[in-house]
Design a protein around this ligand. Structure first.
Ligand SMILES: [Zn+2]
Length: 121
């Protein structure tokens, strides 16, 4: 991958980080605001709040995971290892990186991992 492409992906990753980072902060804030009060809700309200809260936390977790992967990808750009599959060492297709700029594995390895043989090493 040439320097120009790397810089392009770096820009994409930084934008994505800002975008998801903002969402993550908001989700955590909303969760705290909505559920931090000490009023006792009735049973139905409590049930729906519990569901809502779980959704918020799930979203936060997923975003948090993505943020970590974005940070890792930016590190790999700095180390000159960006766009290389962590599993087999082959280049990850640029088309795949355009879809998922923080992808760590090539399509084949990702499928192998997701097929879940239980052996990730
Ligand atoms: Zn691979």
């Amino acid at each position: 991958m040439d320097k120009e492409q790397l810089e392009q992906f770096r820009g994409i990753l930084i934008n994505l980080r800002t975008e998801i980072g903002g969402e993550y902060e908001r989700a955590v804030e909303t969760t705290n605001e909505q559920f931090g009060d000490s009023n006792l809700p009735d049973a139905n309200e409590e049930a729906s709040r519990t569901i809502e809260r779980r959704l918020h936390l799930q979203m936060s977790d997923k975003n948090h995971q993505t943020l970590t992967q974005i940070e890792d990808a930016l590190d790999r750009i700095n180390d000159g290892e960006y766009g290389i599959c962590l599993e087999c060492g082959e280049d990850i297709l640029p088309a795949r990186l355009q879809l998922i700029p923080y992808a760590r594995f090539c399509v084949e390895c990702k499928e192998n991992i997701e097929r879940g043989t239980g052996q990730t090493g």
